[in-house]
Write a protein that binds this ligand. Structure first.
Ligand code: HEM
Length: 400
């Protein structure tokens, strides 16, 4: 954001700002449908417009993917992002097949294992008194949960996590995936290919085995579709949850009165999670391709344009949220339920239940073990076009 003016909005920089929302607020008011001429993309920012856009399948297509990173925006996006990079009827068919295996019951049954994984990292971290919340906990726990879900053997999990982490690293000044990210993607595709072969030979009770046998009207997923889906689980479910946990702790620590309330009453953990999702959504921007002209307040974005759904701004829309720029875990429940951190419509986050369960287990465990948490050093923001959160968050805890 060169001078804070919405018309110089740079979608890569907002994730690094500590307080980008006043600019977003102006953007919503002055240019609800904004065109960045330099990079030739459009941005849609009001809550009501996004609500409509998420459900306008005839106007907004996912077939070029959901990221404007030059290497991601192309017709082959679905090869690495599965049905996230597809439109109906293909998206509907695959999502239905996946939903046969990735059921609410499977997620609920995972609860005891999620609790064990969380406690494993949290106990070690809390025992130190001071630690990096991301490095020791939030950056490790979500990927291990995905590995547990998929049936990745425990002995392989550290290595899988190492490559999954490389996938999301972006370099300052480089507006694309760095070479290490490509290498990590190739490694993960190879690994998941081997995992599929192994499960075909020896099925287990994991999600991969369930998906191998999932059928809809006599159709099954091909190996290519399966590997792309496993890769999507990493892209969609790992760093988003890491960022949620980091943003939760940072924002609570910035509000000592709310922090005291949560540590005194664990019943406030759930609203704490939801307000974090609203206030600092992990995925701030989602890209689409317009397949028809789209008009807002007399401004028309033509068919064939790149457009961003600005979730971060919509979640701070004063038309929907009272004192939208304030972090407030006591926000009215009905109002809070309007946040769109998990998207909407046919691509609504398939892992929303799992993300909420993970965050709930982790933060309840934190509150059980500690009487408070504070930031004990300079947090480092994560460099990314659309993901908002921390790469490092030094904290100090008081144990109970
Ligand atoms: C805080 C954590 C998370 C956030 C904020 C989040 C956010 C989102 C959003 C905004 C979308 C919609 C994308 C679009 O419309 O283009 C999405 C889709 C998706 N998410 Fe999540 N997600 C989270 C965690 C997870 C987890 C833990 C999983 C699974 C392990 C997951 C799996 C998926 C999948 C498979 C899709 C694609 C759905 C489709 O295209 O039909 N997500 N997520």
């Amino acid at each position: 954001m060169t001078d804070g003016c919405p018309l110089h909005f740079d979608h890569y920089e907002h994730a690094l700002q500590d307080d980008p929302y006043p600019t977003y607020a102006r953007m919503r008011a002055e240019a609800p449908l904004y065109h960045n001429e330099e990079h030739d993309f459009w941005v849609l920012s009001r809550h009501r417009d996004l609500h409509r856009a998420f459900r306008s399948d005839d106007v907004f297509s996912n077939r070029m993917g959901v990221s404007l990173d030059p290497s991601s925006w192309n017709e082959n996006a679905h090869l690495v992002t599965s049905f996230l990079g597809m439109d109906p009827p293909e998206q509907t068919r695959l999502r239905k097949l996946v939903s046969r295996g990735f059921t609410p019951k499977r997620v609920a049954d995972l609860e005891p294992r999620i609790a064990e994984i969380s406690a494993h990292y949290l106990d070690k971290a809390v025992a130190q008194g001071e630690f990096d919340w991301i490095g020791e906990f939030a950056g490790k726990f979500p990927m291990d949960v995905i590995s547990e879900l998929l049936g990745v053997p425990e002995a392989d999990r550290d290595e899988v996590r190492r490559y999954a982490d490389l996938l999301v690293v972006r370099e300052d000044g480089l507006r694309d995936v760095p070479p290490a990210g490509f290498e990590a993607a190739i490694w993960l595709f190879g690994y998941y290919g081997e995992l599929l072969a192994e499960r075909k030979a020896r099925p287990g009770d994991d999600l991969v085995s369930a998906l191998l046998s999932a059928e809809d009207e006599g159709q099954r997923m091909t190996d290519q579709e399966l590997t792309a889906f496993l890769f999507l689980m990493v892209v969609a479910g790992n760093e988003t949850t890491t960022k949620l946990l980091g943003n939760a702790v940072r924002n609570l620590a910035l509000h000592p009165d709310q922090r005291a309330a949560v540590f005194a009453d664990p019943g406030l953990v759930e609203p704490w999670i939801e307000e974090t999702l609203r206030y600092e959504a992990s995925s701030q921007l989602l890209a689409r391709l317009t397949t028809k002209d789209f008009t807002v307040d007399g401004v028309t974005c033509p068919a064939g344009s790149k457009i961003m759904f600005n979730i971060g701004a919509a979640n701070h829309d004063h038309e929907v949220f009272t004192d939208a720029e304030e972090f407030d875990i006591r926000r009215d429940k009905a109002e809070l339920s309007q946040h769109i951190a998990f998207g909407g419509g046919r691509h609504y986050c398939l892992g929303a239940n799992l993300a909420r369960l993970e965050a709930s287990i982790a933060l309840h465990q934190l509150v059980e073990r500690c009487s408070s948490i504070e930031v004990a050093g300079e947090p480092v923001r994560f460099y990314s076009a659309n993901v908002r959160g921390y790469a490092s968050l030094p904290v100090r805890v008081q144990r109970r």
